[in-house]
Design a protein around this ligand. Structure first.
Ligand code: ADP
Length: 461
């Protein structure tokens, strides 16, 4: 038997049942293992139980003297309890937890025996034994518990046989002390069993908790590893997109430039089909240039931290409106800019986002109806919601998420020009600023794009 520090056992594997004695094996398995209470919990409980033992000494002394016992005699009897308490305290200090708990248990049971003795063996005093037995299961350790049970057995059996009157103050008990000892053993066993069941439950719950904690730790480690992989592959992809689009520009410029030269030099000199083909090459090169520019922009967003520069969104929107003058004129549309806040962020990214949203509002108008685009903002739950609304063709609600994906378009180029990168870029910019973007539309009466920017991106005014 070790009297050293208790080693908490994390999980509770089932104990193997030996020699086919399945019933006995099951019983043993259903018992607590003991000694699994974490040291800090053990110490906390031991502090209270040992304190209770110390508190019994003056309590019992007063009780005994009040009942007319001789002071010197009482003092001597209580010296046994004091000795238990003292040695228990000293051994605990020397990290001998189990020994200290066993001595405390014996001390408390001695208090029960003394109480019965001072109370002239009345039956009511025996409740102290029952309470102590249950209390001692709090150690969740078989050594102090079994020592305490053995103590009760010896006290009731031997003490009851030698001096029945001092243990069971009852005529029937004095006549049949062993029978009474048996009855009391039943009570003590019942009380102890209740404590043991609670102890077993606690052990199971703790083991489940340890397992759940382990699983959580493993899951967190896996998640972190996945997040790391994802971050790495994202960065690689962005670098690839950046390098590819950057390097593609050079040959594309050559193709575009020579197609233009071909057009200028040979227009009308070759047949009509050749002119048409040269036109296609030029047009394709221009479109590819636009896509590459947008891809480059897309891959650049998020490469650096968002600056903490104040950005006056109203001023920014007015600049954007000016830059879209041709599109506004051609469509015959109007852009209304309402009260917009000053936020902190990257002005060129925010300008790009506003430009994409306003330009889309102008582009996707109903045939024959000049577009009307309105830009305004409102404060909702501590964040700014910047809305760009139009009265155009709208977006079917089922497509409301899809359109934010890369190269996702709801219309062919024959209907509306575009690359399908604009909204993907807007989402990346919004998220880079710690915000969100979504669209509200019933699919007919126009579309309302909302960019929510967190309040920390609001500049101090
Ligand atoms: P692009 O405008 O180059 O096609 P976007 O990424 O900006 O690409 O938009 C993706 C798709 O979302 C568009 O092709 C269009 O179908 C739809 N969309 C975007 N804005 C609007 C709008 N204001 N009204 C209706 N549909 C829109």
């Amino acid at each position: 038997m070790t009297t050293g520090a208790l080693k908490p056992a994390p999980a509770l594997p089932a104990r193997p049942s030996r020699g086919g004695r399945a019933g006995a094996g099951r019983l043993i398995n259903s018992l607590p293992r003991g000694g699994t209470l974490p040291e800090e919990d053990f110490d906390r409980r031991h502090r209270v139980i040992l304190g209770l033992l110390w508190a019994h000494i003056p309590g019992l002394f007063i009780f005994a003297v009040a009942r007319g016992y001789d002071v010197g005699h009482t003092f001597l009897e209580l010296a046994i309890v004091a000795a238990f308490a003292l040695v228990a305290t000293l051994t605990w200090r020397r990290e001998k937890r189990r020994l200290s708990a066993t001595l405390t248990s014996l001390g408390l049971l001695t208090c029960s025996a003394l109480l019965v003795h001072f109370w002239s063996g009345v039956i009511e005093a025996h409740f102290h034994f029952f309470v102590m037995i249950v209390l001692l299961t709090l150690y969740e350790d078989w050594v102090p518990f079994l020592m305490a049970a053995l103590y009760v057995l010896l006290h009731h059996g031997i003490g009851g046989a030698v001096d029945p009157g001092s243990v069971f103050n009852h005529a029937a008990a004095i006549e049949n002390p062993w029978r009474w000892a048996g009855i009391h053993a039943l009570f003590v066993t019942g009380a102890g069993a209740a404590g043991v069941v609670a102890w077993r439950q606690q052990e199971r719950m703790r083991a489940d908790l340890v397992q759940a904690n382990d699983a959580l730790k493993r899951a967190t480690i896996e998640l972190e590893a996945h997040a790391g992989d994802l971050g790495r592959s994202n960065r690689e992809l962005e670098t690839f997109a950046y390098v590819a689009s950057h390097d593609l520009q050079e040959p594309l410029r050559t193709v575009g430039g020579f197609a233009q030269l071909l057009g200028q030099r040979y227009e009308g000199k070759l047949d009509a089909e050749a002119d048409e083909f040269i036109g296609y090459i030029s047009e394709g090169a221009t479109r590819m240039q636009t896509m590459i520019n947008e891809l480059l922009l897309y891959s650049r967003v998020g490469r650096t931290a968002v600056p903490h520069d104040p950005v006056d969104l109203r001023e920014l929107a007015e600049h954007v409106e000016a830059s879209l003058a041709t599109q506004i004129d051609e469509s015959g549309g109007t852009v209304e800019i309402g009260q917009l806040p000053t936020v902190t962020g990257d002005s060129s990214e925010l300008a790009r986002m506003l430009q994409n949203l306003i330009s889309n509002g102008l582009k996707f108008h109903k045939p024959g109806e000049p577009p009307r685009v309105a830009v305004d903002a409102e404060r909702v739950n501590g964040e700014w919601q910047i809305a760009v609304a139009d009265d155009g063709i709208g977006i079917p609600p089922a497509q409301g998420e899809r359109i934010f994906g890369m190269f996702q378009r709801l219309h062919g180029r024959g209907e509306y020009e575009g690359t399908g990168l604009g909204l993907a870029l807007c989402r990346k910019i919004a998220e880079h600023h710690g915000g969100r973007i979504w669209v509200e539309s019933n699919g007919e009466g126009g579309a309302r794009f909302v960019v929510a920017l967190p309040s920390e991106s609001e500049a101090a005014r």
